[in-house]
Design a protein around this ligand. Structure first.
Ligand code: AMP
Length: 425
């Protein structure tokens, strides 16, 4: 199978790594890719938001499967364009990807499907937002309605800060008028779980749960980020969690979208809070989560291409049960100085080869990197690397991941020291 992956972050590097290890994959391409992906796939420059460009590339390469990694091309309709050309594509249509692209749409689907989530108000003015904030009280949860790469959410007990974010979202600093929408919702207590499912629009195949770390600093301090690390499995998770979420969240959501005439195929990501009042959906995403993908795929034993192809061709019901490594995986993100507000790029990265374990138990996935042509690898984004390790248990995987992190140098680079720490104890 000739496969083309769209995207260029650590998630796509993880996808490409798994695909490159699948004996069914005869050619692996990625566009635009990054310096790390270029080691396992042929990379091609492309505007990943341009469906015509992506389709033309897929046609030229004779791709038999296109895997769209990030949310932005999905929301821009890239999967639709590829599908229209008759090429199997892993990833939802633009209409179905609105599940991630619009928090208001997601809330509406959940209401229709009877899926438990935080109570919320969709507001279009600062005055409405202020009223909603006071209806719920602190801590306040304020979400930009559109895509914001995980950074459009403010959770705070400071009413002024909450209101300021709401005003920015509706595009209405005092006095101005804007078309934006903001979602104000009830605060959900309890630990968070990311559960991914592969679906073809009808059949839903849950993967193993993972947990990510959204805040920039140790102890869940600092601003929200795209994610600073992740681990799987979750030894503390209640028994039957996956079956429960499949029955109450994933399957009803997929059924509801099909019923609406916008079937969802690809990766359905449920961000969940296990609250004192039961499991609630915090958010849906329409693609593999980053950095959870790095640890989930590290544990998947079933060759990946066949699974993604079955989603793309509507044949998931014929797939054998997925096989998983019984051990654990941990990934630690190394981010650039200034991330998330104003990351500095262009710094050389040293120690990449030294960080990889010869036995494959530790490896470096590239997020924002590029080769400078002189054999050096430079930082090229906010999140730079995703250092991933496996082990018999979380403690071992953690130790290996941090040993590798310690061998890498990036001027001003930052990482959390407490990824999977509590779960490993
Ligand atoms: P989201 O982009 O919706 O995943 O939100 C980013 C992060 O904000 C989540 O991972 C949570 O940590 C936090 N968050 C979002 N919604 C809520 C909520 N209703 N209650 C508590 N925390 C939330």
């Amino acid at each position: 199978m000739k496969v083309l992956v769209i995207g260029g972050g650590a998630r796509e590097h993880a996808l490409c790594r798994s695909l490159s290890q699948d004996p069914a994959v005869t050619e692996l391409h990625c566009a635009p890719g990054n310096a790390g992906i270029a080691q396992v796939a042929t990379v091609h420059p492309v505007d990943q938001l341009d469906g015509a460009q992506v389709t033309a590339l897929a046609g030229r390469l004779g791709a038999e499967l296109v895997v769209v990694g990030p949310e932005a091309p999905l929301v821009a309709g890239v999967a639709d364009a590829v599908r229209a050309a008759g090429i199997p594509v892993f990833g939802p249509s633009a209409e179905a990807a609105l599940l991630e692209g619009s928090k208001a749409f997601a809330k509406d689907v959940m209401a229709g499907a009877g899926v438990p989530t935080a109570r919320s108000y969709v507001c279009t003015t600062a005055a409405e937002a202020a009223e909603a904030l006071d209806a719920f009280g602190p801590p306040y949860v304020v979400k930009d309605d559109g895509l914001a790469a995980g950074k459009g959410v403010v959770v705070t007990s400071d009413r002024a800060e909450a209101l300021a974010h709401a005003e920015a979202c509706v595009g209405a600093p005092p006095g101005a008028q804007g078309p934006g929408r903001v979602v104000i919702e009830e605060y959900l207590d309890g630990p968070e779980v990311s559960l991914f499912a592969i679906t073809d629009g009808t059949t839903v195949l849950p993967l193993q749960p993972a947990q990510d770390f959204k805040r920039a600093l140790d102890g869940d301090q600092g601003p929200n980020t795209g994610g600073m690390g992740a681990y799987s499995p979750l030894p503390w998770a209640p028994e039957g969690l996956v079956e429960d979420v499949l029955a109450t969240v994933l399957q009803p959501t997929v059924d509801e979208l099909r019923r609406r005439g916008t079937p969802f195929s690809g990766l359905l990501y449920a961000g969940l809070a296990l609250t004192s009042r039961g499991t609630r959906v915090i958010e849906f995403n329409a693609r593999f989560g980053d950095p959870e993908t790095q640890v989930v795929l590290a544990r998947l034993r079933t060759p990946l291409a066949g699974v993604l192809h079955a989603s793309a061709t509507g044949t998931l019901d014929q797939l054998e049960a997925l096989r998983w490594d019984e051990g654990a995986a941990v990934t630690v993100v190394i981010a650039a100085e200034g991330y998330p507000a104003a990351p500095r790029t262009g710094d050389p990265i040293e120690g990449l080869a030294e960080a990889e374990a010869a036995d494959g138990t530790a490896y470096v996935l590239h997020a924002g990197t590029k080769a400078d042509g002189d054999g050096r690898v430079l930082s090229a984004g906010g999140r730079v690397l995703s250092v991933t390790a496996t082990g018999g248990d979380l403690g071992e995987a953690r130790e290996r991941a941090y040993r590798s992190v310690g061998r890498i140098s990036l001027a001003g680079g930052q990482h959390r020291g407490d990824i999977a720490l509590k779960a490993a104890q």
